[in-house]
Design a protein around this ligand. Sequence first.
Ligand code: HEC
Ligand code: HEC
Ligand code: HEC
Ligand code: HEC
Length: 146
Amino acid sequence: MRSKKTLFSIGVFLLLSAMSLIGSEAATPSPAKEIPISAEMKEKFPIKAHHAKLSLKCTDCHENQGDNPENFKLIGDEGCLSCHKSKQYLAERLKFMDTLHVNPHNSIHDGPKLYCDECHFEHQKSDNMCLSCHSNDVKLWMRETP
Ligand code: HEC
Ligand code: HEC
Ligand code: HEC
Ligand code: HEC
């Protein structure tokens, strides 16, 4: 009787250990180290709704910028294009705007050469630079810069 009980306990023990092993493996799928981000930093550097709904983490953009969020740097065109492919690809996606030559990603003045941060910002409202000269007509051409 007693030895049966012992065998049973050993069985349960082994089962539980196996489960906890599987469990801990599933909980850490990526080798990348999570950087803790304070509530204050999250408030100071809010993420655009279109990125927030994808649950982008700070380090999806600020990749390899160390583990102190205070020291994160600009991410440049390469940062955006690591997910958004290429300027040519973006120009193609808004091709329907070419008919009026108002594709912001392939403009009549600069083609697809502009820097993303001439119009798009992540942590503050974007600011369409075309507006600096075409303050009235641009509202008819394009929707607000996302
Ligand atoms: C880690 C990947 C990633 C990075 C880095 C990233 N994005 Fe995105 N972004 C996405 C995905 C995925 C979507 C949703 C699908 C799409 O529209 O392509 C998106 C959507 C957008 C949209 C769509 C908004 C709309 O209304 O359709 C804009 C604008 C945008 N990103 C701009 C940028 C800019 C500018 C940068 C650089 C500052 C950037 N993104 C960096 C993944 C990324
Ligand atoms: C001259 C201003 C300007 C520049 C420079 C610019 N954008 Fe945009 N972008 C816009 C505007 C305006 C829209 C909205 C267009 C519309 O739908 O009316 C837009 C839309 C987008 C979209 C959503 C539409 C789509 O194609 O999926 C993405 C993503 C995007 N931009 C990413 C970028 C990235 C990445 C860069 C840098 C390579 C960049 N943009 C450079 C003004 C700009
Ligand atoms: C979708 C890409 C993206 C994500 C996600 C993102 N950032 Fe940024 N970050 C940028 C861009 C682009 C800039 C340049 C300024 C701007 O566009 O607002 C920037 C600038 C910064 C800067 C200032 C750098 C400087 O020298 O001015 C800090 C600090 C920063 N981000 C922290 C964060 C933190 C903290 C998070 C997470 C809560 C975060 N970022 C998430 C793209 C991103
Ligand atoms: C430094 C000032 C300046 C900036 C910035 C600027 N433009 Fe222009 N743009 C002009 C001038 C000047 C003309 C020629 C005079 C005219 O026709 O209004 C012009 C003409 C145009 C025209 C043809 C004429 C028309 O009104 O239909 C289009 C389309 C245009 N710009 C689109 C853009 C787009 C898209 C951007 C942003 C990527 C932009 N412009 C940024 C100054 C500017």
